[in-house]
Write a protein that binds this ligand. Structure first.
Ligand code: AP5
Ligand code: ZN
Length: 213
């Protein structure tokens, strides 16, 4: 399966991706996770991306298209993938079509994690992540067994630099102006399914599984 998960910050893309990935043996390609790893290790790519990410703006199309093109060549991604957080502009969606055409494939399904903006601040400000695995927790909705510690590795959890109310407002603005047109792009291609992303995590998982079965 070749899937795209699209939705605003905090809509649950990164929470549902690992579940679906294990179920269908796909690779999980999160441009946000890949960019954060590049920023943390101060690669040339990370240095270019940092400023935009810190203020909640999108990085350039060129940067993320390059990352995705490279990642899709990995052997483990040949069976299929979940694109989480990409494409986020119509230009990225068009580039993706070209990349897939070159490989003789296409997108099977696009899941739109639809949710009202008003619930996202609580989700975002309560999130804690385990950087090396990408696992995320929430102080109220998905607390770790021990506060501040990853359940599996026992390593410390951190908060993302862009997870505060002020930067969230910029991320939401970017979503509404630049990413919403991508939803229309896929609706026209008749590959789009809407997910009720405001429901409880397990209910969202069932909806996602139903959409993919
Ligand atoms: P990215 O990392 O993609 O951030 P985002 O799109 O803002 O999305 P989030 O990761 O915040 O949300 P999510 O849907 O994954 O939420 P999660 O499941 O963790 O991008 C970061 C930055 O990188 C961008 O701002 C940009 O600068 C750059 N970038 C990335 N891709 C780019 C691209 N293609 N082009 C240009 N720039 C790009 O859930 C959030 C919280 O809620 C968690 O704590 C979770 O436990 C909780 N939660 C999840 N589901 C539920 C539920 N059903 N009920 C209650 N709580 C829930
Ligand atoms: Zn995410």
């Amino acid at each position: 399966k070749r899937l795209i998960f699209i939705g605003p910050p905090g809509s649950g893309k990164g929470t549902q991706s690992p579940i679906v990935k294990d179920e269908f043996c796909l690779c999980h390609l999160s441009t946000g996770d890949m960019l954060r790893a590049a920023v943390a290790s101060k690669t040339p790519l990370g240095l270019k991306a940092k400023e935009a990410m810190d203020k909640g703006a999108l990085v350039t199309d060129e940067l993320v298209v390059g990352i995705i093109d490279e990642a899709m060549n990995k052997p483990k991604c040949q069976k299929g993938f979940i694109l989480d957080g990409f494409p986020r502009t119509v230009a990225q969606a068009e580039k993706l079509d070209e990349m897939l055409k070159k490989r003789g494939t296409g997108i099977d399904k696009v899941l739109n994690f639809a949710i009202d903006d008003s619930v996202l601040e609580e989700r975002i400000t309560g999130r804690w992540i385990h950087p090396s695995s990408g696992r995320s927790y929430h102080t109220k909705f998905a607390p770790p067994k021990t506060p501040g510690v990853d359940d599996i590795t026992g390593e410390p959890l951190i908060q993302r630099k862009d997870d505060n109310a002020e930067v969230l407002r910029s991320r939401l603005a970017a979503f509404h102006t630049q990413t919403e047109p991508v939803i229309d792009y896929y609706a026209k291609k008749a590959v789009l399914t809407n997910i009720h992303a405001e429901k409880a995590p397990q209910e969202v998982t069932s909806e996602v599984q139903k959409a993919l079965s």
